[in-house]
Design a protein around this ligand. Sequence first.
Ligand SMILES: [Zn+2]
Length: 112
Amino acid sequence: MNPDHLPPPRLGPHPEHPRHRTGNQPPHTPRRPLWTCRACAQPWPCPEARLLLKAEYHTRQQNLSIYLAGLYYEAMHDLYHLNPHDGPSPRQLFDRFVAWGPFRRTTETTHE
Ligand SMILES: [Zn+2]
């Protein structure tokens, strides 16, 4: 297979979830490229965003895992370009973006 003829990699998802808003406050979505929350300025996903995402994706948990993994990729891209030498480790970013999500064996049994 000629690698020059492979399709270009797709871009990650647009970080538009969770969609919930309170009044005219900004939603708890990430501000790129720093990946801080627009609403509360904590590292995204903040606790409120995690709650809202779990509620929003309650019946589509695999989609939440895919969404988070896509944003993990996007965040790594942004943060490593911003701070190539002492940014967060891949493990730290994985824990922050993906590992808290619903698709874990521990949550499958405990319905966390
Ligand atoms: Zn927030």
